[in-house]
Design a protein around this ligand. Structure first.
Ligand code: NAP
Ligand code: MG
Length: 403
Protein backbone atom coordinates (compact mmCIF):
# COMPACT_ATOMS: atom_id res chain seq x y z
CA UNK A 1 0.00 0.00 0.00
CA UNK A 2 1.17 3.50 -0.87
CA UNK A 3 1.74 5.58 2.27
CA UNK A 4 0.34 9.11 2.50
CA UNK A 5 3.07 11.74 2.51
CA UNK A 6 3.09 14.38 5.21
CA UNK A 7 5.05 17.27 3.70
CA UNK A 8 6.36 19.08 6.76
CA UNK A 9 7.78 17.45 9.90
CA UNK A 10 5.40 17.14 12.83
CA UNK A 11 6.77 17.89 16.29
CA UNK A 12 6.22 14.86 18.52
CA UNK A 13 6.54 15.29 22.28
CA UNK A 14 6.62 12.05 24.21
CA UNK A 15 5.60 11.81 27.85
CA UNK A 16 5.15 9.61 30.89
CA UNK A 17 3.47 6.60 32.46
CA UNK A 18 0.30 5.03 31.03
CA UNK A 19 -0.13 7.67 28.36
CA UNK A 20 3.42 6.93 27.15
CA UNK A 21 2.56 3.24 26.89
CA UNK A 22 -0.56 4.05 24.83
CA UNK A 23 1.32 6.64 22.78
CA UNK A 24 3.70 4.03 21.38
CA UNK A 25 0.85 1.64 20.54
CA UNK A 26 -1.15 4.38 18.80
CA UNK A 27 1.85 5.33 16.72
CA UNK A 28 2.82 1.76 15.81
CA UNK A 29 -0.65 0.41 15.12
CA UNK A 30 -2.67 3.34 13.80
CA UNK A 31 -0.50 6.22 12.59
CA UNK A 32 2.82 5.02 11.18
CA UNK A 33 1.50 2.13 9.04
CA UNK A 34 -0.26 4.68 6.81
CA UNK A 35 1.90 7.78 6.83
CA UNK A 36 5.24 8.69 5.35
CA UNK A 37 5.96 11.27 8.03
CA UNK A 38 9.01 12.88 9.56
CA UNK A 39 8.56 13.21 13.32
CA UNK A 40 10.73 15.79 15.05
CA UNK A 41 10.86 13.86 18.32
CA UNK A 42 11.40 15.25 21.84
CA UNK A 43 11.40 12.90 24.77
CA UNK A 44 9.83 14.65 27.76
CA UNK A 45 9.95 11.56 29.94
CA UNK A 46 10.51 13.03 33.39
CA UNK A 47 13.93 11.36 33.63
CA UNK A 48 15.04 12.84 30.32
CA UNK A 49 13.87 16.29 31.40
CA UNK A 50 15.99 15.78 34.50
CA UNK A 51 19.02 14.55 32.54
CA UNK A 52 18.85 17.56 30.21
CA UNK A 53 18.10 20.06 33.01
CA UNK A 54 14.73 20.55 31.28
CA UNK A 55 16.40 21.83 28.10
CA UNK A 56 14.47 19.23 26.11
CA UNK A 57 11.21 20.99 27.01
CA UNK A 58 12.53 24.30 25.74
CA UNK A 59 13.78 22.61 22.54
CA UNK A 60 10.36 21.05 22.00
CA UNK A 61 8.67 24.45 22.25
CA UNK A 62 11.26 25.92 19.87
CA UNK A 63 10.50 23.15 17.40
CA UNK A 64 6.80 24.03 17.51
CA UNK A 65 7.75 27.62 16.77
CA UNK A 66 9.69 26.35 13.76
CA UNK A 67 7.19 23.85 12.32
CA UNK A 68 3.98 25.36 13.81
CA UNK A 69 2.29 22.08 14.77
CA UNK A 70 3.05 19.68 17.61
CA UNK A 71 1.44 16.71 19.32
CA UNK A 72 2.14 16.06 23.00
CA UNK A 73 1.71 13.09 25.30
CA UNK A 74 0.74 13.76 28.93
CA UNK A 75 3.69 14.38 31.24
CA UNK A 76 4.37 14.22 34.95
CA UNK A 77 4.57 17.54 36.74
CA UNK A 78 7.00 16.58 39.47
CA UNK A 79 6.08 17.01 43.13
CA UNK A 80 8.03 15.90 46.20
CA UNK A 81 7.00 12.24 45.76
CA UNK A 82 8.18 12.18 42.14
CA UNK A 83 11.61 13.45 43.19
CA UNK A 84 12.06 10.29 45.22
CA UNK A 85 10.36 8.02 42.70
CA UNK A 86 12.56 9.10 39.79
CA UNK A 87 15.57 10.39 41.73
CA UNK A 88 15.25 13.89 40.23
CA UNK A 89 17.66 16.78 40.71
CA UNK A 90 14.83 19.18 41.37
CA UNK A 91 11.08 19.75 41.10
CA UNK A 92 11.05 20.77 37.43
CA UNK A 93 8.33 23.14 36.30
CA UNK A 94 5.24 21.82 34.55
CA UNK A 95 6.24 21.23 30.88
CA UNK A 96 2.86 22.56 29.83
CA UNK A 97 3.50 25.82 31.66
CA UNK A 98 6.96 26.14 30.06
CA UNK A 99 5.62 25.46 26.56
CA UNK A 100 2.59 27.70 27.07
CA UNK A 101 4.81 30.55 28.19
CA UNK A 102 7.17 30.13 25.22
CA UNK A 103 4.36 29.99 22.66
CA UNK A 104 2.28 32.67 24.43
CA UNK A 105 -0.62 30.30 24.05
CA UNK A 106 -4.09 29.66 25.38
CA UNK A 107 -5.47 26.20 26.07
CA UNK A 108 -8.81 25.21 24.60
CA UNK A 109 -10.65 22.06 25.67
CA UNK A 110 -13.24 20.27 23.63
CA UNK A 111 -15.17 17.01 24.24
CA UNK A 112 -15.44 14.10 21.81
CA UNK A 113 -19.15 13.35 21.38
CA UNK A 114 -20.41 9.77 21.09
CA UNK A 115 -23.95 8.56 20.36
CA UNK A 116 -23.92 6.13 23.30
CA UNK A 117 -22.43 8.51 25.88
CA UNK A 118 -25.20 11.00 26.65
CA UNK A 119 -24.25 14.41 28.03
CA UNK A 120 -25.87 15.19 31.39
CA UNK A 121 -27.49 18.19 29.69
CA UNK A 122 -29.81 16.39 27.30
CA UNK A 123 -29.96 18.95 24.50
CA UNK A 124 -26.17 19.44 24.20
CA UNK A 125 -25.67 18.10 20.67
CA UNK A 126 -22.40 19.73 19.64
CA UNK A 127 -19.18 20.32 21.56
CA UNK A 128 -18.81 23.33 23.80
CA UNK A 129 -15.21 24.42 23.55
CA UNK A 130 -13.81 26.23 26.58
CA UNK A 131 -10.95 28.70 26.36
CA UNK A 132 -9.46 29.72 29.69
CA UNK A 133 -7.29 32.78 30.15
CA UNK A 134 -4.25 31.35 31.91
CA UNK A 135 -2.74 34.46 33.45
CA UNK A 136 -3.43 36.68 36.44
CA UNK A 137 -6.54 37.62 38.41
CA UNK A 138 -7.04 35.63 41.60
CA UNK A 139 -4.21 33.21 40.61
CA UNK A 140 -1.64 35.96 41.03
CA UNK A 141 -3.25 37.79 43.91
CA UNK A 142 -1.90 39.49 46.99
CA UNK A 143 -3.96 38.95 50.13
CA UNK A 144 -4.00 40.35 53.62
CA UNK A 145 -5.88 39.44 56.75
CA UNK A 146 -7.01 42.67 58.38
CA UNK A 147 -6.59 42.49 62.15
CA UNK A 148 -8.91 45.32 63.15
CA UNK A 149 -10.21 48.84 62.45
CA UNK A 150 -8.39 50.90 59.83
CA UNK A 151 -8.31 52.00 56.19
CA UNK A 152 -7.47 49.65 53.32
CA UNK A 153 -6.24 51.31 50.12
CA UNK A 154 -5.11 50.33 46.63
CA UNK A 155 -1.96 52.26 45.71
CA UNK A 156 -0.09 52.36 42.40
CA UNK A 157 3.30 54.06 42.25
CA UNK A 158 4.30 54.73 38.66
CA UNK A 159 7.88 54.37 37.42
CA UNK A 160 7.61 58.11 36.70
CA UNK A 161 6.58 58.83 40.29
CA UNK A 162 2.89 59.26 39.57
CA UNK A 163 0.74 57.93 42.42
CA UNK A 164 -2.81 56.56 42.03
CA UNK A 165 -4.83 55.50 45.06
CA UNK A 166 -8.33 54.52 46.03
CA UNK A 167 -9.95 53.38 49.24
CA UNK A 168 -10.98 49.75 49.36
CA UNK A 169 -12.76 49.84 52.69
CA UNK A 170 -12.86 51.60 56.05
CA UNK A 171 -12.67 48.65 58.43
CA UNK A 172 -14.44 48.90 61.77
CA UNK A 173 -13.27 45.40 62.74
CA UNK A 174 -11.29 42.42 61.43
CA UNK A 175 -11.65 41.30 57.81
CA UNK A 176 -9.79 40.41 54.63
CA UNK A 177 -8.56 42.15 51.46
CA UNK A 178 -7.19 40.95 48.15
CA UNK A 179 -5.45 42.69 45.26
CA UNK A 180 -5.34 41.23 41.77
CA UNK A 181 -4.03 42.33 38.42
CA UNK A 182 -3.91 41.59 34.75
CA UNK A 183 -2.05 43.19 31.85
CA UNK A 184 -3.40 44.57 28.58
CA UNK A 185 -0.80 42.50 26.71
CA UNK A 186 -1.96 39.23 28.24
CA UNK A 187 -5.65 40.02 27.70
CA UNK A 188 -4.98 41.01 24.09
CA UNK A 189 -3.04 37.85 23.47
CA UNK A 190 -5.86 35.78 25.00
CA UNK A 191 -8.42 37.56 22.80
CA UNK A 192 -6.32 36.85 19.69
CA UNK A 193 -5.96 33.18 20.58
CA UNK A 194 -9.76 32.92 21.08
CA UNK A 195 -10.63 34.60 17.81
CA UNK A 196 -7.94 32.56 16.00
CA UNK A 197 -9.45 29.30 17.27
CA UNK A 198 -13.00 30.46 16.47
CA UNK A 199 -11.97 31.14 12.89
CA UNK A 200 -9.94 27.94 12.68
CA UNK A 201 -12.86 25.74 13.77
CA UNK A 202 -15.66 27.98 12.40
CA UNK A 203 -17.23 28.46 15.81
CA UNK A 204 -19.13 31.42 17.20
CA UNK A 205 -17.09 33.01 19.97
CA UNK A 206 -18.71 33.89 23.30
CA UNK A 207 -17.03 36.01 25.93
CA UNK A 208 -18.49 37.07 29.25
CA UNK A 209 -17.41 39.02 32.31
CA UNK A 210 -19.08 40.87 35.17
CA UNK A 211 -18.48 44.35 33.78
CA UNK A 212 -21.71 45.76 35.25
CA UNK A 213 -20.13 45.37 38.69
CA UNK A 214 -16.43 45.54 37.83
CA UNK A 215 -16.59 48.74 35.82
CA UNK A 216 -12.84 49.15 35.34
CA UNK A 217 -11.31 45.68 35.66
CA UNK A 218 -13.81 43.52 33.77
CA UNK A 219 -14.72 46.38 31.46
CA UNK A 220 -11.07 46.42 30.38
CA UNK A 221 -11.38 42.77 29.30
CA UNK A 222 -14.58 43.57 27.38
CA UNK A 223 -13.03 46.59 25.67
CA UNK A 224 -9.85 44.82 24.65
CA UNK A 225 -11.79 41.88 23.20
CA UNK A 226 -13.92 44.32 21.20
CA UNK A 227 -10.90 46.28 19.96
CA UNK A 228 -9.05 43.16 18.85
CA UNK A 229 -12.19 41.80 17.19
CA UNK A 230 -12.97 45.01 15.30
CA UNK A 231 -9.41 45.64 14.20
CA UNK A 232 -8.23 42.14 13.31
CA UNK A 233 -11.04 39.60 13.01
CA UNK A 234 -14.40 41.19 12.19
CA UNK A 235 -14.06 40.95 8.42
CA UNK A 236 -12.86 37.34 8.52
CA UNK A 237 -15.65 36.34 10.93
CA UNK A 238 -18.26 37.87 8.66
CA UNK A 239 -16.78 36.13 5.65
CA UNK A 240 -16.85 32.82 7.54
CA UNK A 241 -20.43 33.36 8.71
CA UNK A 242 -19.59 33.20 12.42
CA UNK A 243 -20.11 35.79 15.11
CA UNK A 244 -18.57 37.25 18.24
CA UNK A 245 -21.01 37.57 21.10
CA UNK A 246 -20.37 39.36 24.40
CA UNK A 247 -22.61 39.07 27.44
CA UNK A 248 -22.60 39.04 31.24
CA UNK A 249 -21.15 35.93 32.87
CA UNK A 250 -24.42 35.02 34.62
CA UNK A 251 -26.32 35.40 31.36
CA UNK A 252 -23.68 33.26 29.63
CA UNK A 253 -24.06 30.44 32.17
CA UNK A 254 -27.84 30.45 31.70
CA UNK A 255 -27.50 30.43 27.92
CA UNK A 256 -24.87 27.66 27.87
CA UNK A 257 -27.22 25.31 29.70
CA UNK A 258 -30.05 26.11 27.27
CA UNK A 259 -27.89 25.96 24.14
CA UNK A 260 -27.16 22.95 21.95
CA UNK A 261 -23.41 23.61 21.82
CA UNK A 262 -21.22 24.29 18.84
CA UNK A 263 -19.48 27.42 20.11
CA UNK A 264 -16.32 28.57 21.84
CA UNK A 265 -16.82 29.94 25.34
CA UNK A 266 -13.90 32.18 26.34
CA UNK A 267 -13.54 32.55 30.08
CA UNK A 268 -11.51 34.68 32.42
CA UNK A 269 -9.07 32.66 34.50
CA UNK A 270 -11.33 31.78 37.44
CA UNK A 271 -14.47 31.32 35.32
CA UNK A 272 -12.52 28.97 33.04
CA UNK A 273 -11.15 26.95 35.94
CA UNK A 274 -14.65 26.33 37.29
CA UNK A 275 -16.61 26.10 34.04
CA UNK A 276 -14.19 23.78 32.23
CA UNK A 277 -14.62 21.14 34.94
CA UNK A 278 -18.39 21.62 34.87
CA UNK A 279 -18.58 21.29 31.08
CA UNK A 280 -16.10 18.38 30.99
CA UNK A 281 -17.93 16.29 33.56
CA UNK A 282 -21.33 17.14 32.08
CA UNK A 283 -20.11 15.84 28.71
CA UNK A 284 -19.15 12.45 30.17
CA UNK A 285 -15.51 11.62 30.83
CA UNK A 286 -12.09 13.17 31.23
CA UNK A 287 -10.80 10.56 28.78
CA UNK A 288 -12.96 12.14 26.06
CA UNK A 289 -11.64 15.65 26.58
CA UNK A 290 -9.18 16.95 24.01
CA UNK A 291 -7.02 19.99 24.37
CA UNK A 292 -5.20 22.31 22.02
CA UNK A 293 -2.78 25.09 22.81
CA UNK A 294 -3.30 27.92 20.33
CA UNK A 295 -0.79 30.70 20.10
CA UNK A 296 -1.68 34.08 18.65
CA UNK A 297 1.36 33.61 16.37
CA UNK A 298 -0.29 30.64 14.67
CA UNK A 299 1.36 27.72 16.54
CA UNK A 300 -0.76 24.74 17.57
CA UNK A 301 -0.03 21.99 20.09
CA UNK A 302 -2.51 19.13 20.52
CA UNK A 303 -2.83 16.87 23.57
CA UNK A 304 -5.25 15.02 25.82
CA UNK A 305 -6.72 17.05 28.67
CA UNK A 306 -6.08 14.29 31.20
CA UNK A 307 -2.82 13.38 32.92
CA UNK A 308 -0.58 10.33 32.74
CA UNK A 309 -3.16 8.02 34.41
CA UNK A 310 -0.72 7.05 37.13
CA UNK A 311 -2.88 4.47 38.93
CA UNK A 312 -3.33 2.46 35.73
CA UNK A 313 0.41 2.63 35.01
CA UNK A 314 1.30 1.02 38.33
CA UNK A 315 -1.09 -1.83 37.48
CA UNK A 316 0.55 -2.10 34.07
CA UNK A 317 4.01 -2.26 35.71
CA UNK A 318 2.82 -5.14 37.89
CA UNK A 319 1.78 -6.99 34.75
CA UNK A 320 -1.94 -6.57 35.47
CA UNK A 321 -4.42 -5.82 32.71
CA UNK A 322 -5.44 -2.18 32.27
CA UNK A 323 -8.42 -0.62 30.60
CA UNK A 324 -7.21 2.88 29.83
CA UNK A 325 -9.02 4.98 27.27
CA UNK A 326 -6.77 6.27 24.47
CA UNK A 327 -9.39 8.44 22.74
CA UNK A 328 -8.12 11.86 23.84
CA UNK A 329 -4.52 10.87 23.01
CA UNK A 330 -5.60 9.54 19.61
CA UNK A 331 -7.49 12.76 18.90
CA UNK A 332 -4.37 14.71 19.79
CA UNK A 333 -2.68 12.89 16.88
CA UNK A 334 -5.59 13.37 14.50
CA UNK A 335 -6.00 17.02 15.50
CA UNK A 336 -2.32 17.68 14.80
CA UNK A 337 -2.42 15.77 11.51
CA UNK A 338 -5.50 17.67 10.35
CA UNK A 339 -3.81 20.97 11.12
CA UNK A 340 -0.57 19.82 9.46
CA UNK A 341 -2.51 18.76 6.35
CA UNK A 342 -4.41 22.03 6.30
CA UNK A 343 -1.24 24.14 6.54
CA UNK A 344 0.56 21.98 3.98
CA UNK A 345 -2.39 21.92 1.59
CA UNK A 346 -2.49 18.09 1.66
CA UNK A 347 -6.15 17.03 1.89
CA UNK A 348 -5.27 13.33 1.90
CA UNK A 349 -3.55 13.81 5.28
CA UNK A 350 -6.69 15.53 6.61
CA UNK A 351 -8.85 12.72 5.23
CA UNK A 352 -6.66 10.08 6.88
CA UNK A 353 -7.03 11.81 10.26
CA UNK A 354 -10.80 11.98 9.79
CA UNK A 355 -10.87 8.29 8.89
CA UNK A 356 -9.07 7.45 12.13
CA UNK A 357 -11.47 9.60 14.18
CA UNK A 358 -14.48 7.99 12.52
CA UNK A 359 -13.08 4.48 13.07
CA UNK A 360 -12.48 5.14 16.77
CA UNK A 361 -15.94 6.64 17.28
CA UNK A 362 -17.59 3.72 15.46
CA UNK A 363 -15.63 1.27 17.60
CA UNK A 364 -17.16 2.74 20.76
CA UNK A 365 -20.60 3.26 19.28
CA UNK A 366 -20.67 -0.40 18.23
CA UNK A 367 -20.13 -1.40 21.87
CA UNK A 368 -16.35 -1.96 22.15
CA UNK A 369 -15.01 0.36 24.84
CA UNK A 370 -12.78 0.71 27.88
CA UNK A 371 -14.02 0.49 31.47
CA UNK A 372 -14.42 4.21 32.08
CA UNK A 373 -16.99 4.44 29.26
CA UNK A 374 -18.64 1.08 29.87
CA UNK A 375 -19.75 2.48 33.24
CA UNK A 376 -21.64 5.39 31.68
CA UNK A 377 -22.72 4.13 28.23
CA UNK A 378 -26.30 3.53 27.13
CA UNK A 379 -27.09 0.85 26.19
CA UNK A 380 -24.79 -0.80 28.74
CA UNK A 381 -22.23 -2.95 26.94
CA UNK A 382 -21.86 -6.58 28.01
CA UNK A 383 -18.30 -5.90 29.15
CA UNK A 384 -15.23 -3.82 28.46
CA UNK A 385 -11.88 -4.35 26.77
CA UNK A 386 -8.26 -3.77 27.78
CA UNK A 387 -6.16 -0.81 26.73
CA UNK A 388 -4.53 -2.77 23.93
CA UNK A 389 -7.68 -4.61 22.81
CA UNK A 390 -9.36 -1.26 22.26
CA UNK A 391 -6.45 0.10 20.24
CA UNK A 392 -6.41 -3.13 18.21
CA UNK A 393 -10.13 -2.81 17.54
CA UNK A 394 -9.68 0.76 16.28
CA UNK A 395 -6.64 -0.30 14.22
CA UNK A 396 -8.69 -3.06 12.58
CA UNK A 397 -11.40 -0.58 11.58
CA UNK A 398 -8.80 1.86 10.25
CA UNK A 399 -7.24 -0.97 8.22
CA UNK A 400 -10.65 -1.83 6.79
CA UNK A 401 -11.38 1.79 5.90
CA UNK A 402 -7.95 2.27 4.28
CA UNK A 403 -8.09 -0.97 2.26
P1 NAP B 1 -5.05 11.69 35.45
O1 NAP B 1 -3.98 11.09 34.67
O2 NAP B 1 -5.84 12.76 34.78
O3 NAP B 1 -6.03 10.55 35.95
C1 NAP B 1 -6.93 10.70 37.02
C2 NAP B 1 -7.96 9.58 36.98
O4 NAP B 1 -8.90 9.84 35.94
C3 NAP B 1 -7.38 8.23 36.65
O5 NAP B 1 -6.85 7.58 37.78
C4 NAP B 1 -8.57 7.53 36.03
O6 NAP B 1 -9.51 7.16 37.03
C5 NAP B 1 -9.21 8.65 35.25
N1 NAP B 1 -8.65 8.77 33.89
C6 NAP B 1 -7.94 9.81 33.37
N2 NAP B 1 -7.63 9.59 32.11
C7 NAP B 1 -8.12 8.37 31.80
C8 NAP B 1 -8.09 7.58 30.63
N3 NAP B 1 -7.48 8.00 29.53
N4 NAP B 1 -8.70 6.37 30.65
C9 NAP B 1 -9.32 5.95 31.75
N5 NAP B 1 -9.37 6.66 32.90
C10 NAP B 1 -8.78 7.84 32.92
O7 NAP B 1 -4.48 12.30 36.78
P2 NAP B 1 -3.43 11.63 37.81
O8 NAP B 1 -3.30 10.18 37.58
O9 NAP B 1 -3.88 12.14 39.11
O10 NAP B 1 -2.12 12.39 37.45
C11 NAP B 1 -1.00 11.70 36.98
C12 NAP B 1 0.05 12.67 36.50
O11 NAP B 1 -0.46 13.40 35.39
C13 NAP B 1 0.52 13.69 37.51
O12 NAP B 1 1.92 13.54 37.69
C14 NAP B 1 0.22 15.05 36.89
O13 NAP B 1 1.27 15.92 37.09
C15 NAP B 1 0.09 14.71 35.44
N6 NAP B 1 -0.81 15.56 34.64
C16 NAP B 1 -0.37 15.90 33.39
C17 NAP B 1 -1.17 16.61 32.54
C18 NAP B 1 -0.65 16.94 31.17
O14 NAP B 1 0.45 16.62 30.82
N7 NAP B 1 -1.45 17.59 30.36
C19 NAP B 1 -2.45 17.00 32.94
C20 NAP B 1 -2.88 16.64 34.22
C21 NAP B 1 -2.06 15.89 35.05
P3 NAP B 1 -9.53 5.71 37.75
O15 NAP B 1 -8.21 5.60 38.44
O16 NAP B 1 -10.70 5.86 38.66
O17 NAP B 1 -9.71 4.68 36.68
MG1 MG C 1 -9.84 23.33 38.11
Amino acid sequence: MQKITVKTPLVEIDGDEMTRVMWQMLKDKIILPYLDIQLDYYDLHVKNRDNTDDKVTVEAAEAIRKYKVGVKCATITPDAKRIDEYDLKQQWKSPNATIRAMLDGTVFRSPILLANIAPEVKHWKKPIVIGRHAYGDVYKNAELKIPGPGTAELVFTGADGQVLRTTIHEFSGPGIIQGMHNTDDSIRSFARACFTLGLDQKLDVWFATKDTISKIYDANFRNIFQEVYDAEFKAAFEAAGIEYFYTLIDDAVARVVKAEGGFLWCCKNYDGDVMSDMVASAFGSLALMTSVLVSPHGYFEYEAAHGTVQRHYYKHLKGEKTSTNCMASLFAWTGALKKRGELDGTPDVVRFAETVEKASIETIESGTMTGDLARIATPKPSGFVTTEEFIDAVAARVAQAMA
